[in-house]
Design a protein around this ligand. Sequence first.
Ligand code: PGA
Length: 247
Amino acid sequence: MKPLIVANWKCNPQTTKEAKRLFNLVKGGMNKNVKVVICPPFIFLLKLEVKNSGLELGGQDCFWEKGGAFTGEISAGQLLDLGLKYVILGHSERRIHFNETDEMINKKIKATISSKLNPILCVGESERERKGGKTFNVLKSQIEKGLKGISKKEIKNLIVAYEPIWAIGTGRPCNIAEAQKTRLIIRKILSRLFGSFLAEKISIIYGGSVHSKNARSYIKEAGFDGLLPGGASLKAKEFIKIIKSVS
Ligand code: PGA
């Protein structure tokens, strides 16, 4: 399977011009051996031309209701209508700054699955939880609650992103051995939920201070199926180096 690289642009850049420029530069550096999904702010989704680029677009979030009186929200169906296939859900920045709970994330996961989108469920422990030896329990709880009520049939397109909070945006990535160990923990939690045969089919990707020099190791050594770079995805040259390094 091709490595999956999901670029999380977060609330960047500030203008359509910059977004188009970044997107077009990345387009020029695309590699057929890698699957690249760009997740820009919603407002840029219609402005970026994916046709014949080899790139895909994804959302950074979506709402769980189909529509209605929910000011400011965007539904999974609306994202599907734009031709999107992927949606990041439960990112720690949404959990921390917007008080998203596992229950809310679970509703969003269900909405994306019903809309035939591929949800990327982000899980990860804080520095404090890690130091207190709570990583397993935190991941178990986030995964079990986030995927509550999801049947074996529905997990086909699920992606789980391991994003240790202490590694996000800090320039302090998780070391490869620890990341590999945690990937196996996530696999075990998924196996308990869905059986090992199906759990093996769920892609597990890594995010947290990924750059062009460590990207390859997460895939080739730690065994991840892909990556979720944030900061590095905003620098075209660096991001293209990441794509090349894992191809
Ligand atoms: P980072 O962000 O690569 O800037 O650490 C990753 C993320 O938040 O998904």
